[in-house]
Design a binder for this molecule. Sequence first.
Ligand SMILES: [Ca+2]
Length: 223
Amino acid sequence: MKRTLFALGMSVLFVMTLSACGQKTAVSQKTEASKAEAQRAEVPAVQAPKPEAKEIILADFNSGKKPNNFGGDFGGWNKDPNDTTQGCKDSFTSDERYGMEGFSLQLDYDVDSPNPAYNGFWMKLGNFDATPYSKLVFYVKGDAKIGYPAKFKIELKNANGETGKYYVTQISPTWAPVEVPFSSFDGIKDFSKLTEFTIVFEDSVTRPKVGRIYLDNIGFAKD
Ligand SMILES: [Ca+2]
């Protein structure tokens, strides 16, 4: 009888221990899952904008370094990197920033070349779903001393291979808001998976052929 009770007691203890281990493992797994979830939430926030937000800023450049506010890389690009007579250099400036703090993006372009020349700026958008919004927004300023173009081309590209184009003409020596409704982009219909935003300076339309502009607060908004 005693032996039976002892065996029973041990069995209960064994089961309780197993149960406790199970709970501990479950708690541990849950903690890991929460961590992973938190990490995921930090990176792809760009893919899951809050629909109720009226505006989302993808790049305010206020850290003075890459990437943008949502982990998207960006930089200057050149049609022909071997052609040293043309190019577009990106940098950060606090002297000409929009707002009270941080930096803006400075683009120094040069399309003055004996060869066909175009260059500009690119920024990855990470399949951004812009369907809760209705327009691309940013601020632009031209540099009066060095010169700035009367217009430049911007593009929005999506995962389907569409490229939407629009010419910005609101450039002046003071900061000006630019709002481009999605319906104004020529060549793109689907804004649910945006892959890239680009700026293009073309030798055919960009005057002067050497100049500087500043950009800030690139994002999306809805009316
Ligand atoms: Ca800024």
